[in-house]
Design a protein around this ligand. Structure first.
Ligand SMILES: [Cu+2]
Length: 150
């Protein structure tokens, strides 16, 4: 099965160019010492139907894609297998909505730090996976509602 998938990928890469992904306004919420998890947020757009299927970062052992859902009037978050990016529309990852969850943090995330995040995408048509890295600055705790400093 794996062999078949691989040859299929090789076959399609030759004729189809990879989608262009634009990532803007990426940021990570700062943490207090010993905090286990945090969220990363950004805006994603693509010139072809693409799916965000995974993410990784050197600051966390586990990275998941999450959504927020109402469960008995309580906002909860849960893992989802992926997020579709439709050309011409911006997919927004924001507090209270979709986010990239950094779990089992290896270090405290402080304001001014920059967190590299590797996003794994899948071309919806070809099923070909590719990665793109984004450097997400850490927003200090409590600074979320403040205007940007220059
Ligand atoms: Cu989450």
């Amino acid at each position: 099965m794996k062999k078949l998938t691989l040859s299929l990928i090789l076959l399609t890469t030759a004729v189809v160019a990879q989608a262009q992904i634009t990532i803007t306004d990426a940021w990570v919420r700062g943490t207090v010492p010993m905090q286990q998890a945090s969220g990363a947020f950004m805006q994603l757009s693509a010139d072809k139907d693409t799916r965000l299927v995974a993410a990784k970062s050197p600051v966390a052992n586990v990275v998941e894609i999450h959504e927020m859902v109402m469960d008995n009037n309580i906002m909860k978050m849960r893992q989802i297998p992926g997020l579709d990016i439709v050309p011409g529309r911006v997919l927004e990852l924001k507090p209270g909505g979709y986010h990239v969850m950094l779990i089992e943090l290896k270090q405290q995330l402080k304001g001014g730090d920059v967190v590299p995040i590797t996003l794994v995408f899948e071309d919806t048509a070809t099923k070909k996976q590719f990665t793109q890295e984004v450097q997400a600055p850490v927003t200090a705790l409590g600074a979320g509602n403040m205007p940007m400093k220059h």
